[in-house]
Structure formats: structure tokens, C-alpha cells
Design a protein around this ligand. Structure first.
Ligand SMILES: [Zn+2]
Length: 277
């Protein structure tokens, strides 16, 4: 039996970190989970690979959102490696990338990579890839927190999980894609699946544990209820009412803008406001 893999979290400075990605170091390889958003953070993650001094063998993606694939170009650099995700994740990234460019360029300027790299290797639900005896198994969840999500399990005992954004580490959440019903169902499926002492490595904060499923469910349900009960005859006041409820539920500014960005889209999906289109 090979030594247990070592998990390195990036960025190294966790305080105030917007998004996490991971390097899994095995006996003679490095496997990356996600790639961060910005050029400079993904460059620093690349330096982390070079510091470990073992070759990058693959990148595994946990879902289709740009804060998880935007740094692929810097992370992979000149390495010819598989960037692996279910076909649904690959398709959503290709479909939505132009739209993400429109949103992220004004927000991040040159820190949003001009030259973006997409996943190039698809995997099916339940299929595994192995490096030095470290076995990673893909879970193809379909729509959940993003339009297509794919947590990865490391090892046969399912005690180490790269969960993507199925749980946020007590930070505000992004619900604008509108798959909250699927997300709530997936929470129950995943909660059942993993042992209660599993370590859940997540995309924002963490690590989380099985006790955090309840928190995530409560966050989503509180948000939906706040949007439903707001008075949408005044959209401005409705927005403020949702923010007030959510900052009472979770008194932090961390990732609050993701929640802010979700209010009007979810109101529209619930048929509470008219489409601006
Ligand atoms: Zn994310």
C-alpha cells in the first residue's frame, strides 16, 4: 500500500480567500483539483507544483463555474495532461464561457485569463482514474450548484471527498443558476453516500464535514423563503429584504456579492418578477 496522498490547499493564504483549489501529492505525481479564478493565484498554484517537484499528471474539475476553471491555462502551463470532467461539465463550460467573459472581464481585468483552457477528457459517473495507487472516482451529479457538477472521491473508503460547491464553508452562496431543487436533492443523496467522518474538501472555505449538510440546506431554504416572501411590487425593497434576512442568517460579508447576484435571477425563476429580456 502506497503512502497516503498529501493534500495541499491553494491559495496558501486562506484568510479572505475567494475560492480554493487543491493539489494532491502522491508518491511520484501531482493531481490538481480545480484551478482557481485569477491569473496570479493560478500562477502561484503552478509554482506550488514546481516546488513539490513531481510531475502534474491530471486536473480534475468539480463543476462548470469559472472560479474553478478560469486558472487552467496558468496551472497546466506547458504540460500535456488530461483535464477531466463529465461531458456535461465540459459542454457547459464551452457553452457559457463567452457570457462569463462579459461578466468577469470588467470585474477582474487582466486577472481573468485572456487565453482560457477547457477540459479535454470526459469521464462517466462512477468511473475512476488512478495515479500511484491513489484512485479518484467521478460523481456526475448533473445540475446542482452550477449547471453541471462533478464531485470527486479519493480512495475506496470514500472518506476524502473533493466536493466542489455542494457545501459552502459558512459563506454566502451563489444560487443564480436556478437549480436549487436539484441541489437540495443532491444534498440528501451525498449525505447518505459518505461516511459520517468523511472530510469534505470544498470550493469556498472548509474543510467541511457531514454536520454541514444541514447548514447548506438551511441556507438554501432560507434564501428561497426570503425571495418568495419579499414584496416584489418594489424590487429595490425586495432586494434589501432578502439581504437583511440572509445577513441575519449568516452575519458575514464573505462572498455576499454571490448572494446579491442571485436575488433577482431566482425571483424571476420563481415567477415573482417579469423577465427583463
Ligand atoms: Zn465556486
Amino acid at each position: 500500500m502506497a503512502d497516503e496522498p498529501t493534500i495541499h490547499r491553494y491559495p496558501l493564504e486562506h484568510e479572505g480567500a475567494f475560492v480554493n483549489a487543491y493539489l494532491v501529492e502522491t508518491e511520484s505525481s501531482v493531481i490538481a483539483i480545480d484551478s482557481l479564478l485569477t491569473v496570479s493565484e493560478s500562477q502561484a498554484m503552478r509554482e506550488g507544483i514546481d516546488k513539490v517537484g513531481k510531475p502534474l499528471r491530471a486536473v480534475l474539475l468539480t463543476h462548470s463555474h469559472p472560479d474553478h476553471y478560469g486558472g487552467l491555462t496558468e496551472l497546466v502551463a506547458d504540460d500535456d495532461v488530461p483535464i477531466i470532467a463529465p461531458q456535461g461539465v465540459i459542454d457547459v463550460i464551452a457553452r457559457d464561457d463567452d457570457e462569463k467573459e462579459q461578466i468577469l472581464r470588467p470585474m477582474f481585468g487582466d486577472e481573468w485569463a485572456a487565453d482560457r483552457t477547457f477540459p479535454n477528457t470526459s469521464i462517466r459517473d462512477g468511473e475512476s482514474v488512478a495515479f500511484d495507487g491513489a484512485i479518484f472516482t467521478a460523481i456526475d451529479l448533473g445540475p446542482s450548484e452550477s449547471p453541471h457538477d462533478s464531485p470527486w472521491v479519493l480512495g475506496g473508503d470514500e472518506r476524502t471527498v473533493f466536493l466542489g460547491d455542494q457545501i459552502y464553508g459558512h459563506k454566502h452562496c451563489y444560487l443564480a443558476d436556478g437549480f436549487h431543487d436539484e441541489w437540495l436533492k443532491n444534498i440528501e443523496i451525498l449525505r447518505e453516500r459518505f461516511p459520517s467522518d468523511a472530510v469534505l474538501h470544498i470550493g469556498h472555505g472548509g474543510p467541511a464535514g457531514s454536520g454541514d449538510w444541514d447548514w447548506q440546506r438551511a441556507y438554501i431554504e432560507t434564501f428561497l423563503e426570503a425571495v418568495r416572501t419579499a414584496d416584489w411590487s418594489s424590487p429595490e425593497q425586495a432586494h434589501v429584504a432578502v439581504v437583511t434576512t440572509m445577513t441575519e442568517f449568516l452575519p458575514t460579508e464573505e462572498l455576499r456579492f454571490l448572494m446579491d447576484l442571485s436575488i433577482e435571477p431566482v425571483a424571476e425563476q420563481l415567477g415573482l418578477t417579469r423577465s427583463r429580456a
